[in-house]
Design a protein. Structure first.
Length: 501
């Protein structure tokens, strides 16, 4: 292969020439949803680009017409947007860039780096694109077909285009995570660059190795950050870069993500679609924090890291060679940490969106006294909330009078209906008579009713909690009363008396 070939007009650079800025890409294939592993890859690219003031590109690798599902593109884009992983260029679609691949193919054929292959299609289909879930590939016995030497095996068919892998020697590259890697050329097949054409087509679909390298060079990608299952592709791509006289980017392969049983993460371990975690009610920043620590360490024992801290600390040197383990309880821990620790004004938009989705939102909570009440209520609830939908389900009674009292809670704390009815009735009267509505006033009035009736305060407090919020467990009762307000508390107590009657 000539080392001094002219660069292609499609943007391929001579080594050392061009924009020195950091440029990375996230390049999903729309053959499935945005998998947790893909999201982690996107996050690491984003963290690296943003920490280096570089450029983040999104490219949709949709050339495989047989496996692609165009409707999945929206899900991938929405998943990235939910995670807060913005990009600077794209999304670009490989299906719209065929002319670039054809131009590169002709160049490789002209400079002797590729050859026309007339072998039957089944001999070259597959093996050139890493599929989801493939961890290792069997080492195949490589045979070079006669087409390589200019002797067509079946000259009456339209040819595909294969890369002419050097005979003997090895191909090396330095990986920022796994160090120097070396592959014997005699174990690398003459991989297909372009399928054979149909009808009047000169060539058919560009294969993965071809399209990814041409795109990375055209987009001036400086760092290729992707999953470790792509390591076996890299020597082929290095050979292509050299054949195109293009600068080879820095490769950084990320460790795999495993399930709790240490096998490759899959549907049997639970949700793997990022958008499912969005639907469940995880906070995007909590999910980012959790994903960042799957295969990367900031140094030290600190785990709760705001995104600004991740950006300050992220480096490829911190990426581990050891596979990460997706631990669902750990993810839930991160979510509760963020629910409890986020500045309240950062949490409120997420709760507002949840309440709107559940048809519980009231516009009066957006500003003024209503917003102050909303903020105070969310702050009261969040220590006991695990996921965002809890604000609309478990905490429903705080935002609407249309709620049901939990049967199990009534059975536990309303065991003596006549007695509870009398206590709640007297409490309603006592609270209705209060000239001031605050924590201490509610506390004193409630305990006075219990003392007068000769019962433990705890019995009445539990009964009241069921009456006014419908749950056996809730925030401290008198704080809850203050948030709900005098009128609602008294009304709900009297409604409970009617229910008991």
């Amino acid at each position: 292969m000539p080392d001094n070939a002219d660069t292609l007009s499609l943007g391929i650079r001579e080594p050392g020439i061009g924009d020195p800025g950091i440029r990375v890409r996230f390049a999903p294939s729309p053959t499935g949803y945005l998998h947790v592993g893909g999201a982690r890859t996107a996050l690491f690219n984003w963290l690296f680009a943003r920490s280096k003031r570089g450029t983040m590109i999104v490219r949709i690798e949709d050339t495989d017409a047989e496996r692609n599902k165009p409707e999945l593109v929206n899900g991938i884009i929405e998943g990235l947007q939910w995670l807060g992983l913005d990009w600077d260029e794209g999304p670009f679609y490989q299906s719209q860039r065929s002319s670039l691949y054809l131009e590169a193919a002709k160049r490789l054929l002209a400079n002797g780096s590729a050859f026309l292959c007339y072998c039957a299609a089944e001999k070259y289909v597959g093996g050139d694109h890493v599929e989801e879930g493939v961890e290792t590939q069997k080492v195949r016995r490589v045979t070079r077909c006669s087409c390589r030497g200019g002797k067509p095996s079946t000259p009456d068919v339209k040819p595909a285009l294969r890369f002419k892998v050097p005979v003997g020697g090895s191909t090396k590259f330095l990986d920022a995570v796994f160090g120097e890697r070396e592959f014997a050329n005699d174990e690398i097949e003459d991989f297909v660059l372009m399928r054979s054409g149909k009808g009047d087509e000169e060539f058919g679909q560009a294969m993965y190795q071809m399209s990814v390298v041409v795109d990375d060079v055209d987009m001036r990608i400086t760092h290729v950050i992707r999953g470790a299952d792509h390591i076996s592709n890299t020597p082929k791509q290095v050979l292509l870069y050299r054949a195109l006289a293009a600068e080879i980017p820095i490769f950084a392969h990320l460790p795999l993500i495993l399930g709790a049983d240490k096998s490759r993460l899959s549907k049997r371990h639970g949700a793997t679609d990022v958008n499912m975690y969005r639907s469940e009610g995880f906070l995007p920043e909590a999910f980012r924090n959790f994903l960042a620590l799957l295969g990367w360490s900031p140094g030290g024992d600190e785990e709760f890291l705001r995104t600004s801290q991740l950006l300050e600390r992220f480096s490829l040197e911190g990426v581990s060679r050891v596979n990460g383990v997706f631990d669902r309880p750990k993810l839930e821990w991160f979510n509760t940490q963020y629910l409890q620790k986020l500045p309240i004004e950062e949490l409120l938009p997420h709760v507002e969106a949840q309440l709107k989705n559940s048809k519980l939102w009231k516009d009066q909570w957006a500003s003024g006294a209503g917003h102050e009440w909303f903020s105070k209520t969310v702050d009261l609830l969040r220590p006991r909330v695990r996921l965002l939908p809890d604000f609309a389900s478990w905490s429903r009674a705080f935002f609407t009078d249309d709620f049901a009292r939990d049967p199990a809670a009534k059975e536990k704390f309303w065991k003596e209906p006549a007695k509870i009815k009398d206590l709640l009735s007297k409490t309603a009267d006592a609270l209705a008579a209060l000239p001031e509505w605050n924590h201490d006033a509610c506390d004193h009035a409630t305990r006075a009713v219990a003392e007068a009736a000769g019962v433990k305060a705890g019995l009445l407090i539990n009964a009241i909690r069921v009456a006014i919020v419908g749950q056996a467990v809730a925030p401290p009762l008198f704080d809850t009363m203050v948030v709900l307000g005098q009128q609602r508390v008294v009304h709900r107590l009297r409604d409970a008396v009617s229910e008991l009657g």
